[in-house]
Write a protein that binds this ligand. Structure first.
Ligand code: DX5
Ligand code: ZN
Length: 225
């Protein structure tokens, strides 16, 4: 089933609880939380204290996308703060297997994120350990960027590998997800759609979420037009 994951990066950080509640009313089922350290990506956002506050504000799973160097040093803090899903960048983890064991060992669902220029084949050995693979369809660091079209090939490749290996990891897409890109993204086989600007950029986050999700469900053939 296709799901919409509102990314709070584009929300009003002074009104996070309200913004999340609105996106939840619109049908968002997982809250996507972008953690940036100013080193791995050229931007700084938030860390475990904000995750801890969000944990009190919603019952939805918190999907923490760590765009940070040395993620191993912070896995415990995110677990204590109440993170449910934690994904780390392939490009930031020289000992990825160990990092994934650490995440799972803290009772969280492990994911790996691939930058646009990283091939999906690099994950083949560790795919059985993963709850989700996150395909970055923009270069990470900022909201509101344009979707990179070749990301669709990576989604299709993941669908094929998952089938070939008989695995169950979920395929998540992050960056430039909006009305003009959703049909192609869903038809390529992605099922977890992260949207920041399209949800919180302008207008009403509840109505925006509802409209994006409705479009995704039609594209996935889950409901008719
Ligand atoms: C970017 C973040 C995204 C961001 C997506 O580095 O990982 O989660 O919020 O933003 P939009 O949907 O605006 O492209
Ligand atoms: Zn993200």
């Amino acid at each position: 089933m296709v799901e919409l994951l509102p990314s709070i990066l584009s929300a009003d950080f002074a009104r996070l609880a309200e913004e999340v509640a609105a996106a939840e009313r619109g049908g968002g089922t997982v809250i996507h939380v972008d953690v940036m350290d100013g080193h791995f990506v050229p931007n700084i956002t938030l860390g475990p204290p904000v995750v801890k506050s969000l944990r009190k504000a919603t019952r939805l799973p918190l999907d923490c996308h760590l765009m940070i160097e040395n993620p191993n040093d912070y896995i415990g803090a995110f677990a204590d703060a109440g993170a449910d899903w934690v994904s780390v960048h392939y490009e930031a983890c020289p000992h990825l297997h160990r990092t994934l064991e650490l995440i799972a060992g803290h009772g969280m669902k492990p994911g790996v994120v691939l930058n646009p220029a990283t091939r999906v084949e690099v994950l083949e050995e560790i795919l059985p350990m993963l709850h989700h693979v996150l395909v970055m369809s923009v270069n990470p660091g900022f909201g509101g960027q344009r979707f990179i079209p070749f990301s669709l090939n990576k989604i299709r490749a993941l669908v094929e590998i998952r089938q070939k290996l008989g695995l169950t990891f979920r395929i998540e897409v992050d960056g430039g997800v909006a009305h003009d890109t959703i049909p192609a993204i869903v038809q390529a086989g992605a099922e977890l759609l992260v949207a920041g600007n399209a949800v919180f950029g302008s207008g009403d986050p509840e109505a925006n979420t509802r409209a994006l999700l409705a479009q995704a469900r039609v594209a996935a053939g889950e409901v008719s037009r």
